[in-house]
Structures are given as structure tokens and as C-alpha cells.
Design a protein. Structure first.
Lengths: 248, 907
């Protein structure tokens, strides 16, 4: 529990600073991915450029190596190092700082993602994978295969499991993904800001139909969604469905 | 720089001064070579040199007559079936692994053809299930049957040379490893023809891996093939570890090992433990598939997660297992072709050690989207980032090694340089995956595919460099440099054309052949790249095949700045590797006439010095390092005349057919077993075929093992050298201890699987299967007593009491049989209560885990029978080591039972 407290403290601090991306999962992903891409490319270009430059500079044809008074390795010697430790450590420390700070920075977002949306304004849908399709079970017990309907601008909590083999449920455009494991449930969440049709897909090899194990995610205007949900004829009154979830 | 001397017959140039000037003239740089560094001048200490020193590099004339009378020549077919020599086995490994590269590559082409365009179910080139098979087989073949064996071809060939050993500690086991590897690969090939091979991906996630979802016989065969492969790896690991710890030349402490050997040492340690975990996973999976246990089935309380944990506990170290040898090759080739010693050598080694240790605590980063909680995710994120940092250091060390170098862009260096570049890209894109928020989205996409291909095939790139690097050593001839460079150019373009677009097209889900139309151009580029990359190998095959027979002959050392010992002996090295006993006692490599070393016994302590009989002639050039680094190894001096001491004492016999026969036997056995399902063979003709193959295979395997045990075979004798940390233990004992260490992990995997499953099931709700613990208790006493009688047997052997030995061993046997009979009765009762392997998960864990233990007992009893039979004829009174090693094994089996009994009968 101590860890949890520290974590909450930490996340509260980190989140308030504003450096850490928050928002929909698509937003935080794009933001972090962008930074990684830019920095990664930069580091790659510098390191590889330096490497190529030196390879060229010290090529045997340049004669540069021969001018230097360097003790060259000889056959049969016991292996030893070639010095240059200081330079090595400086670069090592530098790379450590880059990697560690970069990943620590994303940790704040991880906490945000893991914490998920506030329960009050969340709806929950159960997702069941099977060979080869997806079934979506709504709080009122209504189940539909192949199509998930959710209202726009509302956080949706998915409870995902599988009827048979190991699947993985992902909606790439909304940057949400989680394993669908038989006999156990995983949770994840997302929030769609734009209405429209998205596609969900299986991300773990699951058999002959894996390539086509898809579902459609329809993000609807909230009113439209309410209207639709009413027609599903569940036991609950639709208007307070989302409220119901609080108790769960 | 190739050797331009038309030699190969260096014995002709006997005139010392002549040759010396010759060698000096032909040193290409003509530069700073002549002064020797002071530390190596051994003879300054007033003639206390030990033994008779021979020249470095070695000359053919220094070798004793190396024609082994029983040993067929390289040109004969028989040679390759009976050889146990590490160099032959190395060549076999390399050639075989390249065959599997082609096979895996063709499968990759099929995948890339399928991915040329998004496919609907009706427009596929490969049927969906065939595509899944190709995906799975491509991964399995490349990772298991190509990458590691390719690296271990070099390890086999080079490591004994680098550590100064004549061979590995157990030459026949080395041959056995190879044959098991080959036959496991053939077995995998057979699986394609048994209704289809395994189609669940190389990660084989549960429960897709059980017959309910992958019912083909071929799928079982693939799992069995992998199991056989792991058996090969285990045998090989024990062998390498014993050799590398026990057989290093004097002065070659662990710290001073060449980096390639270091990388292999760490690889093998990782293999020993990681593959034992995989073996546990595979035995359980085989049992689920063949015997009908229910560990991974849908009904199992946590089957999917159990598999994921077991597999990735192996799977992540495996990443480093396949990459480390490449790293070692990179380090060696960088040093040789830049003419620089590696920067920060000890930190490089420390980094590798750190990675090797840490590799066992990062596995859950493959499972970030499963049910593991935030705390564990955080922990594994930290270890994952932690394990990436040592690689930064290694990359920088390699880059800085180039500074002030005289870099020669020959083919090996080009490949290794390219590999480093690719590895940098692979490493940077790997950091993306270390950030969990990004990993969530990259999971199951081509980002992962592109990343690990940059790393793994980057490693292959380095190993290809290694192939060019050591090719002249192995064949004695130089490859064609132009074709080599051409190969590199096409390879490198093909590589990036193939894998870089996959980063761009990363949104494609893995193992899916329908993707967004916008990504078509990228996938088509990749497919073109796949063909460019694959076809570039035809240049290599042509080049190497041609050069092996008609290339320019090379001397000992075709590379200007090579330092390691394999370059100080002829190319290819003679059967016994060195002209004398290699030693680094004086700070650099020297060969000491073996007769002296052996007679002197304690050559280590210089005190037993012998005055060099003919030393005067040698001193001139002997230790002059400048000579040593010369090119063709043409340095010559008068030599210690090899005296004709007892030939047979020092010549290990090299021929044994039995490892091959064991391979055939296990192959037949496993093909037979593959037909089994739910502990029964199918009806009909195929059923009879499977049954007969099983019986035949068992008989051949057992018979050939016995024959191998009875065959007179002299392995390498103990020599004075560096043996840390095993001191003066014999090879056999060290090997047994190392094997038992892996067996601990095997049982650890089983017990872990039991505990994991039981926790998921509900610890307290889980009743032990035997309602009556008394038979188990009796068995505990039986085993404890039998351990005691083994001790008595050893005591009797030490006292040279033949009948005491026989009687104690017989008692052990009887007690062991008693254990099995008692267990049989217990199982029979349970069976009649309606409990059997597949009844429920509790029964599955009980029968399988105690069954594995019973199998250990049975193996022990077979060995006991063998020991009794030999003891009756008076064996083991002089040398009781076999009894002692058996004792170690037997005590271990006993100790395991002490864990199993409470876990399965009481708790």
C-alpha cells in the first residue's frame, strides 16, 4: 500500500506540471511517439554519423593510422584494453541520461493511463474474443457480435477476455489495446473524440481466421447512442446506465 | 591482406635467417613492427624457461605425426559420421545451419509474397493456415535451427583454439549435440508432412498450442523437435562450460579470455538455465499434446499465463543468447581490422556479464498487456531500461576502437561494421518499446517485427562477417574479396530495403496478411528487399564454395592485426590444434613441448624447470613479438625435435559412430511418439507404424547409449592450466555438477508451474491427489536408504572391495525398483479411483511432476545396472569416478523427491 500512496503522490505531482501528456490515449501516444521519433532520429544520426566519419577518417588508405605512434596488437598477446575509458564513460553517461529521462518522462503518462478515467463518467463494456470474432456485452446484458457502439467523448472501460485461445483486442486509431486471455480478464479504456467508424483487430496469432478477426467500433453522437441503447431492451433504464456503473 | 606466399608447405623454409628476412619484408606496413614489447622476453630471467618452447606461430613441422591411424581423412564420407573433433563438428554445425537459413529464408519469401498485397480470404497465395504455419516455422527455424547453431559452429571451431585446448572436454558428447541438432531439424522437417506443422507462432501461446486448437500430428512433431533440440543444447552447454572453465591455457584467466570466447562463455551459461526452463515448458506441452494432461488447456485455471511466463523466462535470455556470439564476433573483427585493442575492454566484459545476469529478470516486458499489475510493470520497465544501457556502452566501445586505427575495409569488417550500424538502429527502436505507454500500442505490430529483425538479423550480419573472417582459417584458402564486398553491398541494401519499410508500415498487425491499402508500397518495397537480401547469399555460397577448393592458399594468419591463438596455428589447424602445450605464462602465447609439460607434471610453478636442450637456436626469434604478428606464419627456427614418446597416450581417439546412432534412435523414437494423443496411439496402419517406430527408436537409442558407454574412448586428458572456479575437479565431475544445475532449473520449472497453477486454482481448495500419503512416505525412506547405499558403494570402491561394491550397487538397484513398484501400485490405485493424467489439473500436475521424477529414477536404475555389470568384472576399483558421478546424480534425484513429497502429498 505504501507503494500505492507514493505512486499517487508522485503522479499527482507529475501530472500537475503539464509536461506529461494527458488526454485521450491517441493524443498521449502521438505526443510521446513524436518526441521519441525526433530524439531517436537525432541520436541515431549523430551516433551513426560519428561512426561513419571515423571509419572514413581512419581508413587505412588515409595513412592517418600509420602516422600515429600507436602500439598495434600483435599475434599471441594476452588480450588487453585499448584505453579511452574516460571518453567511453562520458558517452555512456550521456546515453544513460537520455534513455532514463526519456522513459521516466513517459512513466508519468503511464500512471495516467493506468489510473484510467474517473469512474463516474465511464461506461463499461465486456469484450469477449473467440475464434474468430468479437462479442460486446453491454451493462444491460445486451450482447452483439462484431460491432461495438460507444458515445462520443465518453470514457469507455473495456473488460476483455476470451472464450477460447489467447487473443488481443486493439483499436489502432484510438490507441487502445489489451490481451484477451481465456479464464481471466484484463481491463483497458479509451475515449473517442470524433464520431465515425473505427476498426478493431486481433493482435495475437489465434488460428486460421486471425487475419480477418475484426470488429467495427462505431462512435456515435451521445443522443444517438442513447436512443440506440434504449432499443437494445436491456433490463436497465438507459438514461442512468452510466450511473449504474459506479456501483460496479 | 592475404598471404601471398605460395606455401602450405612451410617445412621447406628451414633456413632461419632467410625466412626471417622474408617475413620482415613481407610485412605490409613495414612500420613499427620490429621491437618486441619488453614484457614478453622470457629468456631474460636466466634460463629458467620451462620445457621446450616452440615457435609462435606454429609450423607444421612442429607437430607430431598427426595421422591418427583409426581416423578417416577429411575427404571420406565416413569421417563426417564418426568424427568427434571440435573443428569437424564446428564445420558440420556451420554447414547444417546454413541449410536451415535457406529453409527459413524460403519460408520468409513465401510470407513476403503473401504480403505483396493485402489479401482477402479468396485471394491468398498461401491458405490462411498455411500462412500461419510458414510464419511459425520461419520463426522457429531461424531462431533455433539457424541462429544459435550458426554461432555455435564458430564456437565449436574457434573456442578451443582460443582457450588453448586440444578439443572440448567431452568430444563424443559434442558430436552427440550435433547429431541431436541435425535430427531435431529433420524431425521438424517431417512435421510439414504430417498434416501440417505447428501453426501457433514461434511463441506458441497457450491454449492455441494444445491439440484442441492445433490438432495436426505435425504440430506435436514440431514440439518434439524443439524438445530434441533443447536436449542437444543442454548436452552442448554442459560440454562447453566444462571445457571453458577447465581447459584454459596457463595464464589465460577468465579476465584475459578473448572477447569472442567471453561472449560464448556467457551465452552458454545463459543457455544452460534458459533452455532448462524451456525444456520444462516443452515437456509439459508435449505431455499435454501426447498424454492428455491439462496444464495449458482452456480448462486450466491459468494455462495461458503459465505458458507465457515459462516461455518468456526462456525467451528473453534467448534474445541475448542469439545476439552475444555476434557481439563477440564484432569485438574480434573490430580489433583485427582496425589494428586497435578494444576500448574499455574490462567494461565491455562487465557489461556483458551484467546483461547475462539481468536477462533473467526482464521477461515480463513481453507481457505488459496481460494481467500483471502496475508495480510489476514498473519493476520490469526498470530492469528493461537497465539492460539496454550496457549495450550503449558496448556500442560506444566498438565505435571508439576505430579511433587512431588503420581500418581495412575487408569483407569481414564491412559486415561487422554494417552489423553495428544496424544494431544501433535496432537498439534505438527498442527504447521505444521500453516505454510502456508506447509498448501498449506497438504490441503485436510490425514495429516489434522491424525492431527485432534489426537486432537479430543485425546479429546474423555480424556472424556472416565471422564466416568470412574465419573462412581462411577453416579452409586454408582465401575467399574472393571482390565477391565478398559485392555480397556485403547487396546484402546491406537488401536488408534495409526489407526491414526499414516495416517501421514505416508499423501499423500492420503481426502475422496478418490483410492490411491497410495505404501501406501497400512499403510492403512491396519490403518484399523486393527480401529477395535482394536472400539472393545476395547466392554470391556468398558461390564465393565460399569455389574458394574452399580453388582460393588462394593462406598461411597461419592472413590478417595483419589478428591476436588470438587460432591465428598462431596452421590453416586449417591440425587435428590436435597445437604443436605443444599452449601457455600464456610469460604474458604472451607460447607453445611448450608437451612431453616436458607432462613429464614435468607441475609445469605451472616454473620451479620444475628444465634446461632447454636446444634453446640457443630458438631464442632469436622465438618470443620476438614482431615476428609473431607477421603475416604468413612463415617464421621458422630450429625446433624441439618431437621425441617419439608413447604415441597413443597423447592422441585422443577421435572416432565414434555412436553419437550418430543415438541421433538416429532418438529421431525414430520421436517420430513414433508424435503419433500419440491422449496417451494412446491411433488405430489402424498409421498407429502401428507409430508404435513400431517408438519401439525401434527406444531400442536403438538405449542400445547405442550403452555401446557408447562401453566403447573405449580417450578424451582430452587433464592439463595444467586455468581452471577457475572448479580447481582440480575432473571433467566428469564438473560436467555432472553443471548438468545437475540445469536439472535444478528443469524441476524448478515444473514446481513453479505447479505452484502457479495451484495459486490460480485457489491454494487451499486444492486437495493433494493421493488421499493416502503413506506410499509416498515409504518411498521417501526407500530413496533415502538408496542414497546411503550409493555412498557405501563408493566407500567399497575406494577400499577396492569388489563384492562390497557389487552388493551396495545391487541394494541401491533393489531399493530403486522398490520405489518404482510402490509408486506403480499407488498409481494403479489412483487409476482405479478414476484419476489419471487428464482427469483434472490436480491430477495432471501430480502425475507429470512425480512422473518426471520417476523417469529420473528409471534412468538412474539403468545406469546402476550398467555399473553393476561392469563392477562384476572388476571395474571401478582403480578409477571409481563413474560411481561417484552416478552418486551425485542419485543424491540429486533423492533431494528432488524431498521437495516433491510434501508438495504433492502433504500440503
Amino acid at each position: 500500500m505504501f507503494i500505492v500512496t507514493v505512486r499517487d503522490e508522485l503522479s499527482a505531482h507529475v501530472l500537475q506540471t503539464g509536461i506529461v501528456p494527458r488526454g485521450t490515449r491517441a493524443f498521449v501516444f502521438e505526443r510521446i511517439f513524436e518526441v521519441f521519433l525526433v530524439l531517436g532520429t537525432l541520436v541515431g544520426v549523430v551516433v551513426i554519423g560519428y561512426m561513419l566519419y571515423n571509419a572514413y577518417k581512419y581508413r587505412v588508405g588515409s595513412g592517418r593510422g600509420s602516422d600515429l605512434d600507436v602500439d598495434r596488437p600483435v599475434l599471441g598477446e594476452l588480450p588487453t584494453g585499448g584505453g579511452g575509458g574516460k571518453k567511453l564513460f562520458t558517452s555512456f553517461l550521456l546515453s544513460t541520461v537520455v534513455v532514463v529521462s526519456l522513459v521516466s518522462w513517459t512513466y508519468g503518462t503511464l500512471l495516467f493511463v493506468e489510473e484510467g478515467p474517473q469512474a463516474e463518467d465511464t461506461m463499461e463494456v465486456r469484450v469477449e474474443g473467440y475464434q474468430f470474432g468479437w462479442r460486446f456485452v453491454y451493462p444491460n446484458g445486451y450482447a452483439e457480435d462484431g460491432t461495438l457502439r460507444v458515445p462520443q467523448n465518453q470514457s469507455v472501460r473495456l473488460v476483455v477476455t476470451s472464450d477460447d485461445v489467447f487473443h488481443n483486442f486493439g483499436i489502432p486509431e484510438l490507441r487502445v489495446k489489451t490481451d484477451a486471455i481465456p479464464g481471466t480478464e484484463t481491463e483497458t479504456w479509451f475515449r473517442a473524440e470524433e464520431t465515425g467508424n473505427y476498426s478493431a483487430q486481433c493482435y495475437e496469432l489465434c488460428g486460421s481466421g486471425h487475419s480477418f478477426m475484426r470488429a467495427t467500433v462505431v462512435v456515435m453522437e451521445p443522443e444517438e447512442y442513447e436512443a440506440w441503447y434504449e432499443t437494445t431492451g436491456g433490463s436497465n433504464s438507459t438514461s442512468n446506465t452510466t450511473q449504474e456503473r459506479v456501483s460496479l | 591482406m592475404t598471404d601471398e606466399s605460395p606455401n602450405d608447405d612451410r617445412t621447406e623454409s628451414r633456413d632461419e635467417s632467410d625466412v626471417r628476412s622474408d617475413a620482415t619484408d613481407r610485412r605490409p606496413d613495414g612500420g613499427t613492427a620490429v621491437e618486441s614489447d619488453g614484457g614478453t622476453d622470457v629468456h631474460s630471467d636466466g634460463g629458467t624457461a620451462v620445457g621446450t618452447e616452440l615457435t609462435v606461430p606454429a609450423r607444421k613441422a612442429d607437430y607430431e605425426d598427426d595421422s591418427d591411424h583409426d581416423f578417416p581423412g577429411m575427404g571420406t564420407i565416413r569421417r563426417w559420421f564418426v568424427t568427434t573433433n571440435h573443428k569437424d563438428v564446428g564445420i558440420l554445425y556451420i554447414v547444417t545451419s546454413l541449410f536451415f537459413l535457406v529453409l527459413g529464408g524460403v519460408l520468409a519469401w513465401l510470407l513476403r509474397i503473401q504480403l505483396w498485397a493485402p489479401r482477402t480470404p479468396t485471394t491468398t497465395v498461401l491458405e490462411p493456415l498455411a500462412y500461419n504455419q510458414a510464419v511459425s516455422a520461419h520463426g522457429l527455424i531461424m531462431v533455433f535451427w539457424f541462429l544459435s547453431p550458426f554461432a555455435f559452429g564458430f564456437a565449436n571451431y574457434i573456442v578451443p583454439l582460443q582457450i588453448g585446448a586440444k578439443d572440448l572436454a567431452f568430444p563424443r558428447l559434442n558430436a552427440l549435440s550435433y547429431w541431436l541438432y541435425l535430427f531435431s531439424g529433420i524431425l521438424f522437417g517431417v512435421s510439414f508432412f504430417q498434416g501440417g506443422t505447428f501453426a501457433g507462432g514461434w511463441t506458441m501461446y497457450a491454449p492455441l498450442n494444445v491439440p484442441t486448437f492445433t490438432p495436426d500430428v505435425g504440430a506435436s512433431t514440431a514440439v518434439l523437435a524443439l524438445t530434441l533440440f533443447v536436449a542437444s543444447v543442454t548436452v552442448s552447454s554442459v560440454n562447453f562450460l566444462t571445457s571453458m572453465h577447465k581447459m584454459r591455457a596457463e595464464g589465460l584467466t577468465l579476465r584475459r579470455l578473448p572477447l569472442f570466447t567471453w561472449s560464448i562463455l556467457l551465452t552458454v551459461w545463459m543457455m544452460l538455465f534458459a533452455f532448462a526452463a524451456l525444456l520444462a515448458a516443452l515437456i509439459i506441452l508435449s505431455s499435454d499434446r501426447l498424454l492428455g494432461t491439462t496444464y495449458f488447456t482452456l480448462e486450466s485455471p491459468a494455462g495461458s499465463m503459465l505458458w507465457a511466463h515459462l516461455f518468456w523466462f526462456f525467451g528473453h535470455p534467448e534474445v541475448y543468447i542469439v545476439f552475444f556470439p555476434a557481439l563477440g564476433v564484432m569485438a574480434e573483427v573490430f580489433q583485427t581490422f582496425t589494428g586497435r585493442r578494444i576500448v574499455g575492454r574490462k567494461w565491455f566484459i562487465a557489461a556483458m556479464v551484467l546483461v547475462a545476469l539481468q536477462s533473467f529478470v526482464v521477461w515480463m516486458h513481453h507481457m505488459f498487456l496481460t494481467t500483471i499489475n502496475l508495480q510489476i510493470k514498473t519493476l520490469f520497465m526498470i530492469t528493461t531500461i537497465g539492460i539496454s544501457l550496457p549495450f550503449d556502452l558496448m556500442v560506444f566501445a566498438l565505435i571508439y576502437t576505430m579511433l587512431k586505427g588503420k581500418i581495412q575495409f575487408k569483407t569481414p569488417f564491412l559486415f561487422v561494421f554494417g552489423a553495428l550500424l544496424l544494431f544501433i538502429i535496432g537498439g534505438i527502436t527498442g527504447v521505444f518499446l521500453g516505454a510502456i505507454v508506447l509498448d501498449y500500442e506497438f504490441r503485436g505490430t510490425y514495429w516489434v517485427v522491424a525492431h527485432f529483425h534489426y537486432v537479430m538479423v543485425g546479429g546474423v550480419t555480424a556472424l556472416v562477417g565471422g564466416l568470412y573472417y574465419w573462412f581462411p582459417k577453416i579452409t586454408g584458402r582465401m575467399y574472393d574479396e571482390f565477391l565478398g564486398k559485392l555480397h556485403f553491398a547487396i546484402y546491406f541494401v537488401g536488408f534495409n530495403l526489407l526491414y526499414f519499410p516495416l517501421f514505416v508500415a508499423w501499423e500492420t498487425p503481426r502475422r496478418v496478411f490483410d492490411y491497410a491499402p495505404a501501406l501497400i508500397p512499403w510492403h512491396q518495397l519490403a518484399t523486393i528487399g527480401a529477395f535482394v537480401l536472400g539472393l545476395s547469399f547466392t554470391i556468398m555460397f558461390y564465393n565460399l564454395a569455389k574458394s574452399a577448393f580453388s582460393g588462394e592458399p593462406v598461411g597461419d594468419n592472413p590478417w595483419e592485426f589478428a591476436t588470438t591463438a587460432e591465428w598462431a596455428v596452421p590453416s586449417p589447424p591440425p587435428l590436435e590444434n597445437f604443436p605443444g602445450l599452449p601457455t600464456y605464462r610469460d604474458g604472451s602465447l607460447a607453445f611448450r613441448s608437451e612431453r616436458r609439460a607432462i613429464e614435468g607434471g607441475t609445469a605451472t610453478d616454473g620451479g620444475s624447470s628444465e634446461v632447454r636442450s636446444d634453446g640457443g637456436e630458438q631464442t632469436d626469434c622465438l618470443r620476438d613479438s614482431s615476428e609473431v604478428r607477421s603475416d604468413g606464419g612463415v617464421t621458422a627456427s630450429a625446433t624441439a625435435t618431437p621425441t617419439d614418446h608413447d604415441h597413443d597416450d597423447h592422441h585422443a581417439s577421435h572416432a565414434s559412430i555412436w553419437p550418430f546412432v543415438v541421433g538416429v534412435g532418438t529421431f525414430l523414437l520421436f517420430v513414433g511418439l508424435s503419433g500419440m494423443q491422449d496417451a494412446a496411439f491411433p488405430e489402424g496402419m498409421m498407429g502401428s507404424v507409430y508404435v513400431s517406430l517408438t519401439v525401434l527408436g527406444s531400442v536403438v537409442t538405449l542400445g547405442s547409449l550403452v555401446a557408447m558407454a562401453l566403447e573405449p574412448f580417450t578424451g582430452p586428458e587433464l592439463v595444467d592450466g586455468e581452471t577457475w572456479p572448479f580447481g582440480d575437479l575432473e571433467y566428469g565431475k564438473v560436467g555432472m555438477w553443471i548438468f545437475l544445475a540445469s536439472d535444478v532449473v528443469l524441476f524448478g520449472g515444473f514446481i513453479g508451474a505447479y505452484v502457479f497453477t495451484r495459486v490460480a486454482f485457489g491454494w487451499t481448495a486444492w486437495e493433494p491427489i493421493p488421499s493416502n500419503p503413506i506410499p509416498g512416505l515409504m518411498n521417501t525412506y526407500l530413496l533415502l536408504t538408496s542414497s546411503f547405499t550409493v555412498v557405501l558403494a563408493l566407500v567399497a570402491a575406494e577400499k577396492k572391495n569388489k563384492w562390497g561394491l557389487v552388493a551396495s550397487l545391487t541394494t541401491t538397484f533393489v531399493l530403486g525398483v522398490g520405489f518404482l513398484v510402490n509408486k506403480g501400485i499407488e498409481w494403479d490405485h489412483l487409476f482405479h479411483e478414476g484419476l489419471w493424467l487428464s482427469s483434472n489439473i490436480r491430477a495432471s500436475t501430480f502425475f507429470l511432476t512425480t512422473g518426471l521424477h520417476a523417469a529420473h529414477v528409471i534412468v538412474g536404475l539403468i545406469v546402476t545396472l550398467y555399473l553393476i555389470a561392469r563392477a562384476m568384472r572388476g571395474a571401478y576399483l582403480e578409477d571409481n569416478s563413474s560411481v561417484e558421478y552416478f552418486g551425485l546424480y542419485w543424491h540429486f534425484v533423492d533431494i528432488v523427491w524431498l521437495f516433491l513429497f510434501p508438495l504433492f502429498y502433504i500440503l
